[in-house]
Design a protein around this ligand. Structure first.
Ligand code: NOJ
Length: 973
């Protein structure tokens, strides 16, 4: 009976979700998601006030070894000792780890995200007094002053203070403890939860904690507790330490926490950690995706902190700090002198407060301060708060933005080089209904002469949402379908979600169950939640054996009907649990090793994508590069594929925000980002759809996708004019594929983002700091998509003192810096090439990127103010690891100076044969030469044909007909 009732409830929850998802809803139901106040640890931490740190560093405990400094910190209030370890890392980074000296049991430390144990440098003590010690950090000119009481650390470059740690005294470390009086606490939290429910019954507001709870909260969890102090013993250093620590007067929510109908049993009690960082002289901070917000982070004073907790947020709202599907706990701080980074390596629910002493001041106010000499130095403070784990934080000391990218990449790896097709255009919807539908859409692209590479199958393709299977009625012959696509040199992506239908007739489920690979409930049974297939189990992706098994499921013998041209989409991997707290997994669910879901939550999606990508590599015997799209992500996810921004809507603001959302990801290593073109929910009007294609064509991951409830929107369904506009946008993407591919190669090698905020390339230009309606691709193209309805023009900021930019469509030359007004029509995609750059294109129109493989190149040489330009091109087979394992690639360099364009190798380690040649060289900003000559080694000089347009100063040199791998020079005489 009870079981049946439970199933009934589950069904209702799922039906409610589904009903919601089908209805035209306009905004997120905020009450489904916690505010900081409703997340007990966030509330406790936020109640800790600045300026009264109870921590003292025990200078006498300091130990210096080859590569690290260790020192104990004592909480003077409860006498619990912590151990702080400090490492100077190669490449100008510092790592700080803080853990309990004697935890009751180990606390979670995030594995698998760092690509290696970061190499250390030597630390040395360079000064000392009664209350402080000064360390030199090995590399650069950095010093760290550690003050004992109150504990803080200040990092200096030369004599300049660049960063302080705990200067506001917000270090919080809730030590593991035994529950003092489980009975009375239980009673009190039960009272609170009953109270919550009663209140809930009478109010439509999200449940709030009773007022009394907030009172006295200033003495939050790390406030002195007399009983605790009584129950102490001596540490090695003679300090008092807790004796199997027990606590008194815990706040409600410490040992059990209820949100809506869900109670988190919190067997370990309060375990949160937190720390503050201050950046003097800094007004601009960025990063910590994923949020649907501006690129430049805003102060969180008076509102909620930015939340990092991977969640499936239905109909997410824009311009707020609510959590979304993925989390990268990396923040960048920037001013004209330097860029710094903080990487907070913690996978638990995390909140980040940003405060600034200049927030809210107008530019005029700031100028007035400056003129009167009375203004304070601007400063931005950030405060990190995580629910469990340890403090493990990397300070990336820059000083340039590129240094930060390199530093972060040395820790978590770089963007995987995607197979070339993945950079082309993807056609998706929920769902392409059957094989015939797939074939009709596929043919549609040929009929309408629009290139495309990949068609996607959403959840309805599988047999009853049993992933790795095909619906026998709709997709009875998957291999034939895939072969049909392969014949046109196209691919398919099928969805494989990490919730597995509980069904004893489903092989995948049976195997997972028999191998005991499912996540467990707190009571040890298999965790079950509600998702697309109904009741579902969640494989424990934190278990390496489970991941290896999962990977093997992508083998052609296991995934029946699959073929080489079938790739994967991992959705719902936050994980999404329709009937779980905040639509995700219960925090007290248990993973391998006994870790709570609480500890690993933000890592789950990372592991799903990792295991899937490894499966694709394995099925090819290690030869082929994978392509996996994921919705959830964490630091390091860049190593496994692409991400997209989830369920957006067909609204202008959603188009607009796709730019800062992808830019924020790019800043923290994840370059392969895109948004559903057209918007997922609702039906775009044709103007919006066209504008979205135009914008998407210039974003890294370019896929149209739509909710099942929307009307069909293949590009030819909107009339000839709109079709032509969409076709043109897609063709622009294809022409630039060599450029995109080279950018991705560069990102893979160096960690530099593909899509860049302007300030990354122009770090001293304060005008760029808040710009997020335009961006750079590499350092060569500046894109300002039209994102406003009925736009007649856009204001484009062209940066770079003394630089020039060329409109790529008209070739008009513009001097920078300036804000240029460009009048636009429906066909305009404002894109500018920087004078001084060379961009390679392939301009023949084909069906797919693979069909263009041997096509000739056109080089666009945009002359800089000195009449020079440089550019690069990367070429390989486009899909295997041979570029890595066998050096089979070409990395070419083109350089123009002294009226001569030269092609040479940028990297002699690579070699590769390709028939592709150069059919044209277009030089922007060139005068008319009398003659043009081509010179190749051991070949007589030959004259080349050319045309020159005096009005635009465009010189077009015809048919040099040199192989793309050859060395040559072209001189204008
Ligand atoms: C949610 C995803 O965000 C969306 O893109 C997909 O179509 C649906 N799940 C169905 O799989």
């Amino acid at each position: 009976m009870a079981a049946a009732a439970a199933v009934g409830r589950l069904e209702m929850a799922a039906l409610a979700w589904l009903a919601l998802s089908l209805a035209v809803v306009t905004a997120v139901d905020r009450s489904n998601f916690k505010t900081c106040d409703q997340s007990s640890f966030c509330k406790r931490q936020r109640n800790v006030e600045a300026g009264s740190s109870p921590y003292r560093a025990l200078l006498e405990s300091l130990q210096l070894s080859q590569d690290s400094m260790k020192i104990q910190l004592i909480n003077e209030a409860n006498k619990v000792p912590l151990l702080l370890e400090l490492y100077g890392l190669k490449g100008n980074m510092t790592r700080i780890r803080i853990n309990e000296l004697n935890p009751l049991k180990p606390r979670y430390e995030v594995p698998d995200v760092l690509v290696q144990d970061p190499p250390t440098t030597r630390l040395s003590v360079t000064g000392r007094d009664d209350n402080s010690v000064e360390l030199s950090l090995g590399e650069g000119n950095h010093k760290l002053i550690l003050t004992a009481k109150p504990f803080r650390m200040d990092l200096l470059e030369g004599r300049e203070l660049v960063l302080s740690v705990n200067s506001r005294g917000l270090l919080v470390f809730e030590h593991l403890r035994q529950r003092k009086d489980s009975f009375s606490d239980k009673v009190s939290s039960t009272v609170v939860s009953i109270w919550d429910r009663i209140k809930n019954l009478f109010s439509r507001e999200p449940p709030k904690e009773p007022a009394s709870e907030g009172e006295g909260a200033a003495e939050a969890s790390d406030a002195p507790s007399s009983a605790e102090q009584e129950s102490t013993e001596k540490t090695e250093q003679g300090e008092e330490a807790p004796k199997g620590a027990s606590e008194t007067e815990e706040e409600p929510g410490s040992w059990e926490e209820t949100f809506k109908t869900h109670t988190d049993s919190k067997p370990n009690g309060p375990t949160s950690v937190g720390l503050d960082f201050s950046f003097p002289g800094v007004e601009n901070v960025y990063g910590i995706p994923e949020h649907a917000d501006y690129l430049r982070l805003r102060t969180t004073e008076g509102g909620d902190p930015y939340r990092l907790y991977n969640l499936d947020v239905f109909q997410y709202e824009l311009y707020n700090p609510m959590a979304l599907y993925g989390s990268v706990p990396v923040l960048l701080a920037h001013n004209p002198q330097r860029t710094l980074g903080i990487f907070w390596l913690n996978a638990a629910e995390t909140w980040v407060d940003v405060t600034s002493n200049t927030a809210g001041k107008t530019l005029f106010g700031k100028m007035l301060d400056y003129m009167q000499g009375g203004g304070e130095t601007p400063q931005t403070d950030v405060r990190w708060m995580s629910e469990s784990g340890i403090i493990d934080v990397f300070l990336l000391l820059g000083p340039s933005p590129n240094d930060i990218f390199q530093q972060y990449a040395s820790l978590t790896g770089t963007q995987a080089l995607p197979p070339l097709f993945a950079l082309a255009y993807h056609q998706s919807r929920w769902n392409y209904n059957d094989e015939e539908d797939v074939s009709t859409v596929d043919n549609g692209f040929d009929e309408h002469d629009i290139p495309y590479d990949v068609i996607w199958l959403d959840i309805e393709h599988a047999d009853g949402k049993r992933y790795f299977t095909w619906d026998p009625n709709k997709f009875p012959r998957p291999r034939e379908m895939l072969q049909g696509l392969a014949a046109k040199r196209r691919k398919m992506v099928s969805i494989v979600d990490p919730h597995i239908k509980v069904d004893s007739a489903y092989r995948i489920h049976n195997e997972i169950r028999s191998r005991d690979f499912y996540v467990k409930t707190k009571d040890g049974s298999d965790y079950e939640g509600w998702c697309w297939p109904g009741s579902a189990g969640y494989p424990d992706f934190t278990n390496p054996e489970m991941r290896a098994w999962w990977s093997s499921m992508f083998g052609y013998d296991h995934y029946e009907g699959s073929m080489e041209n079938l790739y994967t989409w991992n959705d719902m991997n936050e994980p999404s649990v329709f009937n779980g707290p905040e639509v995700t997994m219960h925090k007290d669910a248990v993973h391998q090793g006994g870790w709570e879901h609480r500890d690993i939550h933000n890592l789950y999606a990372f592991y799903v994508q990792m295991a899937t990508a490894e499966g694709q590599v394995k099925r090819s015997g290690g030869l082929e590069r994978p392509f996996v799209l994921t919705r959830g992500f964490f630091a390091g996810s860049q190593r496994y594929g692409a991400v997209w921004t989830g369920d957006n809507a067909a609204e202008w603001d959603h188009l607009k925000i796709s730019i800062p959302m992808c830019l924020s990801l790019a800043l923290v290593g994840i370059s392969f980002c895109g948004a559903d073109v057209g918007g997922f929910f609702k039906n775009p009007e044709p103007e919006l759809l066209v504008r979205w294609y135009q914008a998407g064509a210039y974003q890294p991951f370019f896929r149209a996708h739509a909710h099942m409830d929307t009307t069909r929107r293949e590009p030819w369904l909107f009339g000839e004019e709109n079709k032509a506009l969409i076709r043109d946008a897609v063709r622009q993407r294809y022409a630039l594929l060599p450029f995109w591919y080279t950018l991705f190669y560069h990102s893979y090698r160096t960690g530099q983002p593909v899509m860049r905020p302007l300030w990354v390339e122009y770090p001293q230009d304060a005008t760029t700091y808040a710009i997020d309606d335009q961006y750079l691709l590499g350092d060569a193209l500046l894109v300002h998509p039209v994102t406003a309805q009925g736009a007649r023009g856009v204001q484009v900021y062209l940066p770079g003192k003394g630089e020039v930019w060329y409109d790529v469509h008209t070739h008009q030359k513009l001097h920078a810096p300036q804000t240029h007004y460009l009048a636009v029509t429906m066909s305009s995609i404002p894109v500018y090439q920087r004078g001084g750059s060379i961009v390679a294109r392939k301009e023949r129109v084909r069906r797919s990127s693979d069909c263009m493989y041997n096509d000739p190149y056109t080089l666009y040489v945009a002359l800089g103010p000195q009449g020079t330009a440089q550019g690069e091109l990367f070429v390989d087979d486009g899909h295997t690891f041979s570029f890595e394992t066998k050096g089979q690639y070409l990395h070419r360099r083109f350089s123009f100076s002294g009226n001569t364009l030269t092609a040479s190798s940028a990297d002699p380690k690579g070699s590769f044969e390709t028939p592709a040649w150069i059919e044209r060289v277009v030089i922007l900003g060139a005068g008319k030469p009398a003659a043009v000559f081509l010179k190749q080694k051991d070949v007589a000089e030959s004259r080349l044909d050319f045309t020159h347009e005096a009005e635009t100063s465009v010189l077009t040199i015809r048919k040099p007909a040199v192989n793309i791998g050859a060395d040559w020079s072209i001189s204008l005489r």
